[in-house]
Design a binder for this molecule. Structure first.
Ligand SMILES: O=c1ccn([C@@H]2O[C@H](COP(=O)(O)OP(=O)(O)O)[C@@H](O)[C@H]2O)c(=O)[nH]1
Ligand SMILES: [Ca+2]
Length: 456
C-alpha cells in the first residue's frame, strides 16, 4: 500500500501566508517623516501600477508585498496544466487566506484548453511546447505582475504521454520545462512530469469531495469518482467495509492525510481503457506497431462507413462491417472482449452512487441524457438504453460521431462488466461544482501549495 501525504495535522500555528503584507518593524517607525511620506507615496504608486502589469523603474525598490494599501494582500494563485491525451488545459486558480487560522478558500478559476494533446506532437516536441506557451500567456494577463514570481506553474501529463516511448515523452517534457523556465512564474523542482495513475484518481477524488464540502466538518459523506479519459480511466472511493480492504490488491489502496483526516482510498487507473484507447482496442488497432494502411472494421460502426482517424499522432483507417452484422448485440460482444476479466470488481461499489465526469459526461450530453450546463443523475441502465437506441438505428444518428454507438456500448460494458455496477447504480454526472471544473488539477494544486509551504 502506498502512503501519500497530502496534508498535515493542524495542531500548532498555521504557516503564515507568504503573500500577505510584511509586518512593519520598529526601525521604520523611528525614521523621519519625509522619507516615510515619500516611501508611502512611491510604494502606493508602485502597488497600483503593479496591478496594471506595466513595469516601472521603481517597482523593485518597493516590492508590492509590502504595499501599505494592498487590499488583495491575502490573494494568491496557482497554475496547473493538465496535459491529457486529447487536449492540454490550463487552470489558473485564485485562493484567499482570509485569516491565518482559517483554511485557504478557493475564489475562482480561469480555464482554457487546446486540442490536440501533447502526445500528438511526439515527433515535434518544440511545436507541442508552443501550445503550452500560448496557454501560459493567459496567465501573464490573469495574475497580477507582483505575484508572478510567487505563483507556481506545474504541468502534469496523463495517459497520452504514459503510452509514448520514454524518449519521446521526455523530449516533450524537456521542451515544456524550457517554456516554464523562460516565464516569469515560480518553477518548482519537478514542475513538468508524468502524473502517476493512482494519484490521478486520488487528486480528482479530492477535488470533487472538496468542492462538495465533504472534506471539512464532522459529518463527512465522501463520494466515489469515475473519470473516463481518452487513454485511461480511474475509479476511486473510500471503502466503508473492512471486507473491501481485505479483498483489495495492495496496490489499489493509498493512504493520505488532509484537512485533519486520514483517508485510505481505493484507487486504480486502467491504462489503455480510456474511451479512445478502447476504440482502438475494439478495432484491434491498439498495438500501434501493427498499423500500416490496414483497414479496421467493427459491428459498432455504420455499415457503409470508411474513414480515417488520428489519435496520439498515428493515423488509423476504419470502417463498418459492410457485409457482416451491425448493431448493439454484436457490438457489445466485440467490446466485451476488451473488458472481460481485466478489471478488479470491488463488491462494495455495487450498491453505492458515484460522481462521473469527462467522457461519461460528454456522451450523456451528446445523447440528451443530461443537459450540458446542468448535468444530472442517471442510472447505469440509462447508458445501456441509449446504446441500444443508437446502435440499432445508426442511420438515424448519422450526423453524430460515427463512434457514438461504440462509445456508449463501451461505457455500458465498462460500468457493468468492468467495474461490476448494477443496472440501478446511480451516477451523478457533473462537469463543474460551484463553477469549478471537476478535474484532478485542483487536488494537485492543493498538494503543490502544501509542498511549497504556502498552505497546509
Ligand atoms: O478539465 C477537463 C479535462 C478533461 N475533460 C474531459 O476529459 C476527457 C478527455 O480526457 P483526457 O484528454 O484528459 O484523457 P486522459 O489523458 O485523461 O486519458 C474529455 O471527456 C474531456 O471533456 C474535462 O471535462 N475537463
Ligand atoms: Ca484526463
Amino acid at each position: 500500500m502506498e502512503h501519500f501525504l497530502l496534508g498535515r495535522r493542524a495542531t500548532g500555528a498555521l504557516i503564515a501566508d507568504p503573500y500577505s503584507a510584511a509586518p512593519r518593524g520598529p526601525s521604520r517607525m523611528a525614521a523621519s517623516r519625509l522619507p516615510i511620506l515619500l516611501a508611502v507615496a512611491f510604494s502606493s504608486l508602485s502597488c497600483i501600477l503593479s496591478h496594471s502589469n506595466r513595469e516601472m523603474w521603481f517597482q523593485d525598490l518597493f516590492p508590492p508585498n509590502t504595499c501599505p494599501i494592498n487590499a488583495k494582500a491575502n490573494t494568491f494563485y496557482g497554475i496547473m496544466f493538465d496535459a491529457g491525451s486529447t487536449g492540454t488545459r490550463i487552470h489558473i486558480y485564485t485562493f484567499v487566506q482570509k485569516s491565518p487560522e482559517k483554511l485557504i478558500e478557493l475564489e475562482g478559476e480561469i480555464f482554457e484548453s487546446v486540442k490536440p494533446g501533447l502526445s500528438a506532437y511526439a515527433d515535434q516536441p518544440e511545436k507541442g511546447a508552443e501550445t503550452v506557451k500560448r496557454l501560459l500567456d493567459m496567465a501573464i494577463d490573469a495574475v497580477p505582475r507582483h505575484l508572478w514570481k510567487k505563483t507556481p506553474v506545474v504541468l502534469k501529463a496523463t495517459a497520452g504521454l504514459r503510452l509514448l516511448s520514454e524518449e519521446k515523452a521526455q523530449a516533450l517534457l524537456l521542451e515544456v520545462r524550457e517554456v516554464f523556465e523562460e516565464s516569469p512564474f515560480l518553477v518548482p523542482e519537478d514542475s513538468v512530469s508524468i502524473l502517476d495513475g493512482s494519484y490521478e484518481g486520488i487528486l480528482a477524488w479530492i477535488t470533487v469531495n472538496f468542492l462538495t464540502g465533504q472534506l471539512s466538518g464532522q459529518n463527512q459523506h465522501t463520494v466515489g469518482t469515475l473519470d473516463l479519459g481518452g487513454a485511461s480511466t480511474q475509479i476511486t472511493f473510500l471503502p466503508r467495509f473492512e471486507e473491501t480492504l481485505k479483498q483489495t490488491p495492495g496496490d489499489f489502496l493509498t493512504s493520505f492525510e488532509m484537512f485533519n483526516s486520514t483517508y485510505k482510498l481505493y484507487t486504480h487507473s486502467y491504462l489503455g481503457f480510456g474511451l479512445k484507447a478502447a476504440r482502438l482496442a475494439t478495432l484491434g488497432a491498439l498495438d500501434m506497431e501493427a498499423v500500416g494502411g490496414q483497414m479496421f472494421r467493427s459491428s459498432c460502426l455504420p455499415k457503409q462507413l470508411e474513414a480515417e482517424w488520428h489519435f496520439g499522432g498515428v493515423k488509423y483507417q476504419y470502417g463498418g462491417n459492410k457485409q457482416g452484422e451491425t448493431g448493439f448485440k454484436p457490438c457489445y460482444l466485440e467490446v466485451l472482449k476488451v473488458i472481460k476479466g481485466k478489471l478488479h470488481q470491488p463488491d462494495e461499489i455495487r450498491g453505492s452512487s458515484f460522481y462521473a465526469f469527462s467522457y461519461y459526461y460528454d456522451r450523456a450530453v451528446d445523447t440528451n441524457l443530461i443537459d450540458y450546463e446542468e448535468g444530472g443523475v442517471l442510472e447505469v441502465r440509462d447508458f445501456e438504453r441509449k446504446a441500444k437506441e443508437v446502435c440499432d438505428n445508426m442511420e438515424r444518428y448519422n450526423s453524430a460521431s460515427p463512434f457514438l454507438c461504440m462509445d456508449l456500448t463501451y461505457i455500458t460494458a465498462l460500468l457493468k462488466e468492468g467495474f461490476g455496477f448494477r443496472d440501478s447504480t446511480l451516477l451523478q454526472l457533473t462537469k463543474k461544482v460551484n463553477n469549478i471544473e471537476t478535474s484532478w488539477t485542483l487536488g494537485a494544486t492543493f498538494h503543490l501549495l502544501q509542498s511549497l509551504g504556502i498552505t497546509y
